[in-house]
Design a protein around this ligand. Structure first.
Ligand code: GUN
Length: 305
């Protein structure tokens, strides 16, 4: 293997250390950051993610509240819950786990979360701040914020002259990721399922960020030699080599072969996943600081704040 492999758990641990310090600062005044996570239905993968978010919030010393609602929850019921959480002074961050069951309309619900409590960065106020280049005033979606920590560790703050390709254009990831790379002066292409000749587009990337949800779609010959490859995918696939009926997690990048070509690469699991949770904690403590008129620290994955 040529590439150096980013240890997401280690970088996430340094963010979590900084979150704990920032939590301790608030604790002097008897304030605890409060995070409410809302999950509807019984999708096992979503439940696993939410459980790790709630557990990490407790470990950080937060007030950690999880609302687990049945599949049959109505739009009015979940809207009432968000309204109550918006009004709850002990709650500084609200996360509604996506996707919601099909009968629920997620967009009006997400937009009803107060921008200052929107730790997913999905409210149009936060999305708009990011799109207009205000990186400090709002809240930024956790997974792109975490992926940017890896980019900065590899390339520094200024990506002038570098080509970045993001595959994926979701509001939760692709759009904010492209905006962050652009704000750091990269030349950004946002590719997606309708892009013509995706492999050729990818081979132009000094920084390739992949969020498509297709197991091992990106092959070695899509990767520019020496490129930084960041894999956002988490796909559960059958793993007959581990025994009958066993499964394993793989990313959207064919890791073993891509690592022969890339300069730096993130693994799955153990890459972006732990960083998403760490940046959620960071967003919650940022929101709590702002509530009390304090300037929050910046969470960049290394200790220089
Ligand atoms: N589902 C998968 N990732 C996320 C995330 O970052 N936030 C929310 N709300 N739902 C998700």
């Amino acid at each position: 293997m040529n590439a150096s492999v980013i240890d997401g758990k280690q970088v996430a641990a340094s963010v979590i250390d900084a979150v704990k310090s920032a939590t301790a600062v608030l604790g002097v005044n008897g304030i605890k950051p409060g995070l409410a996570v809302v999950i509807v239905g019984d999708d096992p993968a979503s439940h696993a993610y939410v459980a790790s978010k709630s557990k990490m919030a407790e470990e950080c010393g937060f007030l950690s509240i999880q609302h687990t609602l049945p599949q049959a929850t109505t739009q009015a019921e979940i809207e009432a819950l968000v309204t109550a959480l918006n009004a709850d002074a002990a709650i500084h961050g609200i996360l509604v786990q996506l996707p919601l069951p099909n009968h629920l309309n997620s967009e009006p619900l997400i937009q009803s979360i107060l921008p200052e409590k929107d730790v997913d960065g999905l409210n149009i106020v936060n999305a708009g701040k990011l799109a207009s280049g205000d990186l400090e005033g709002g809240l930024i979606s956790c997974t792109p914020a975490g992926a940017m920590v890896f980019v900065r560790q590899t390339h520094g703050e200024d990506l002038s002259g570098l080509n970045a390709v993001v595959i994926g254009r979701s509001n939760l990831f692709g759009k904010p990721m492209s905006a962050l790379l652009l704000a750091a002066n990269a030349t950004v292409t946002t590719a997606h399922s309708r892009t013509k000749d995706l492999p050729t587009v990818c081979r132009n990337a000094d920084i390739l960020v992949v969020a498509v949800g297709r197991p091992e779609m990106v092959k070695a010959d899509w990767v520019k030699p020496g490129a930084t490859v960041i894999d956002i995918g988490i796909n559960r696939v059958l793993a007959p080599e581990k025994g009958k009926g066993k499964t394993k997690l793989v990313g959207d990048v064919a890791f073993a072969e891509a690592a022969e070509v890339a300069g730096v690469i993130t693994p799955v699991p153990g890459g972006v996943g732990p960083m998403t949770i760490a940046m959620l904690m960071a967003n919650t403590v940022i929101a709590a600081h702002r509530t009390y008129g304090r300037t929050p620290p910046r969470f960049r994955g290394w200790i220089d704040e």
